[in-house]
Design a protein around this ligand. Sequence first.
Ligand code: AMP
Length: 214
Amino acid sequence: MRLILLGPPGAGKGTQAKLISKKYNIPQVSTGDILRKAVADKIPLGIKAKSYMDAGSLVPDDVVIGIIEGRLRDGDCKTGYILDGFPRTTAQAEALNINLKKMGADIDHVIDINVDSDELLKRLTGRRTCRKCGEGFHLTFNPPKKEGICDKCGGELYQRDDDKEDTILRRFKVYQEQSAQLKGYYSKNGRFHSVKGTGTVEDIFNKIVSVLGA
Ligand code: AMP
């Protein structure tokens, strides 16, 4: 199963992608996670991407398209994958189409998770991420057992630079201007589904499973 998750920053794409990955045994391919790791490892890709990410802007298309093309060739993507945070522009969607054709593959489902912007702001400002394993927490909705410490691996929790209020507002704007139109792009075929991203993580996951099938 090949799946694309669409939605604004904070809609819960990463959280749902992890649950889908576990249930259907396919990898989560998150361009945001790949870029954050490259920044932490200080490799050339990360050095190039950092200033865009810190500013809440999109990393240039050619850079992310190159990342995805490489990642989708990995062995674990043979039986399927969940694209989380890619594509984010029409140019990226078109590059993905070309790449899929080359590989003789197709996207089975596109799921858009929609949440209104007041709720998104609340979610993003409270978000904390583990520096070591990337696990996500929320100060109000999903607090760690011990303040500042990851329940899963004991790593330090931090607030992503791009989860600070100014940058979040910029990311919303970028989403509206460059990514929201992908809903229209993908709704032209029958594989597009819109899911309301409010309620508990489990409620949202159940709605997604009813789209994907057990
Ligand atoms: P995310 O974790 O998906 O919210 O991504 C964090 C940041 O990484 C974004 O604000 C962008 O700067 C960058 N990024 C992630 N995915 C993409 C993409 N598909 N195209 C351009 N930039 C991206």
